[in-house]
Design a protein around this ligand. Structure first.
Ligand code: PLP
Length: 365
C-alpha cells in the first residue's frame, strides 16, 4: 500500500524525525549554506564541515548538560560496536565487569563483553520475561569490577530504569540508544553513555559516545585503531571519515530541540504522550500492558490483546490507516508503539482513536 501523506510511523528504529528538520535538510540538499554542494558531498576536512560537527557537539553538550571532563565522540558501527568497544577499552584493571540483563540488547552486550574478560550477570529480569527493572544497590556489584553496564531503556520489552543505580566508585556504563535526549539525566553519574542515533536523533550510521576522560587511554596496545577511544578523542572524531551527513542531521535535530525548550520541554511532551497511551490501555477491556508500572518505557509502549491472531489483525488494520510498524518485536509478539521524541501528540491521539474503534469491534464479552 502507498500513502500520499506523511504517516505516523511507530517503528522501533529507524524512526520518525521532526518534520521541520527534514524540510530544512531538503532545502539545504543541493546547496548547504552557500557552499554550492550538499553536506553529503562535502569534505569532512573543510572549514564548513568543521563548523557543522563543532556546532553539533556544543549543542549536544548544552542539551545534555555534559560537564567538563567528558568527551563526546561521533562514530560509526552503531550501538553494536560499543558492545565490543566498551570492554576492549574499559576492562583496564581487574578485567571484571558486571552486567544487568533487562532485555535482548543487554544480553547481547553482556555476551559480547564475555569475549574480553570476566563478565558476571549480576542481576536480570528474565524470570518475569523482562517486565520489570531490578532494584539495584552498591552491594550487588563486585567491588573490584572495572565497570557496571546497564541498558537504560529496553527497546524490545518496553521497560526503563526510573532511577540511576548507585555503583559507588565503579564507573557506570549505559546503553541509551532508545532513550537519549528523551528526558533529563545527570551525566555526571555515568562513566560512559552510548546511543545509536537512529531513534531520537538522526538517520542510522552514527553512534554517540559521552565518556569521562579518565576512562580513555587504557586499551591494550594491540587494540585495532578504530576500536580505541583514545584515537577518536585525540582526533575530534575525525581520525577517519565520520558519518558526515548523519552528524549534520543530528546537529539539526539538536538545534530543533534547543528551539523547543531543550530536553526538559521534550520530556514533558514525552511524559504526556506515554501517560495518555498507558492510561487508555490500562482502562481498556481488550488491551493490557505487561510491564510493571514504575518500569514502563516512555519511548516503547508494549501492549497485547492476549490473542496472537487478533494482535496480527490489529497491526494490519492499523497499517491501513497510516499507523505503521505497530507489531511487537519478533521475539515478543503483541504490539509495540515506539513513540520517540519526533512522534507528535497527534500521532498518539490517532493511535488511541484507532485502538478504541478496534476494541469496540472486537471486544470479548
Ligand atoms: C537498546 C539498544 N541497544 C543496541 C541496539 C543496536 O543498535 P545498532 O543497530 O545501532 O547497532 C538497539 C537497536 O535497536 C537498541 O535498541
Amino acid at each position: 500500500m502507498s500513502f500520499e501523506r506523511r504517516i505516523y510511523n511507530f517503528s522501533a528504529g529507524p524512526s520518525m524525525l521532526p518534520t521541520t528538520v527534514l524540510e530544512k535538510v531538503r532545502d539545504e540538499m543541493l546547496n548547504y549554506g552557500g557552499s554550492g554542494m550538499s553536506v553529503m558531498e562535502m569534505s569532512h576536512r573543510s572549514k564548513t564541515y568543521d563548523g557543522i560537527i563543532g556546532d553539533a557537539e556544543s549543542n549536544l553538550r548544552k542539551l545534555m548538560n555534559i560537564p567538563d571532563g567528558y568527551k563526546v565522540l561521533f562514530l560509526q558501527g552503531g550501538a553494536t560496536l560499543q558492545f565490543s568497544m566498551v570492554p576492549m577499552n574499559l576492562l583496564r584493571k581487574s578485567k571484571k565487569a558486571d552486567y544487568v540483563v533487562t532485555g535482548t540488547w543487554a544480553d547481547k552486550a553482556a555476551k559480547e563483553a564475555g569475549k574480553f574478560g570476566d563478565i558476571v550477570v549480576t542481576a536480570s529480569s528474565a524470570d518475569k520475561n523482562f517486565t520489570y527493572i531490578p532494584k539495584l544497590s552498591k552491594a550487588d556489584f563486585r567491588a573490584d569490577a572495572d565497570y557496571v553496564h546497564i541498558t537504560l531503556n529496553n527497546t524490545i520489552f518496553g521497560s526503563k530504569y526510573s532511577y540511576i543505580p548507585d555503583t559507588g566508585e565503579i564507573p557506570l556504563v549505559c546503553d541509551w540508544s532508545s532513550g537519549i535526549l528523551s528526558e533529563e539525566i545527570d551525566v555526571s553519574r555515568f562513566g560512559l553513555i552510548y546511543a545509536g542515533a537512529q531513534k531520537n536523533i538522526a538517520p542510522a550510521g552514527l553512534v554517540i559516545i559521552v565518556i569521562r576522560e579518565d576512562l580513555i587511554g587504557a586499551a591494550p596496545a594491540n587494540t585495532p585503531v578504530y576500536m580505541d577511544y583514545k584515537i577518536h578523542a585525540a582526533n575530534g572524531s575525525m581520525y577517519n571519515t565520520p558519518p558526515a551527513f548523519t552528524v549534520y542531521v543530528a546537529g539539526e535535530v539538536f538545534k530543533h530541540l534547543l528551539a523547543i525548550g531543550g530536553v526538559a520541554a521534550q520530556e514533558r511532551l514525552n511524559r504526556a504522550k506515554a501517560e495518555k497511551l498507558y492510561d487508555y490501555i490500562d482502562g481498556s477491556q481488550l488491551y493490557s500492558a505487561p510491564v510493571e508500572l514504575e518500569s514502563r518505557s516512555l519511548m516503547n509502549v508494549v501492549f497485547v490483546t492476549g490473542d496472537g491472531e487478533l494482535d496480527k489483525r490489529f497491526v494490519a488494520a492499523a497499517r491501513e490507516e497510516g499507523l505503521i510498524d505497530l507489531n511487537g518485536h519478533r521475539s515478543v509478539g503483541g504490539m509495540r508503539a515506539s513513540i520517540y521524541n519526533a512522534m507528535p501528540m497527534e500521532g498518539v491521539d490517532a493511535l488511541i482513536a484507532f485502538m478504541k474503534r478496534f476494541e469496540e469491534d472486537n471486544i470479548r464479552r
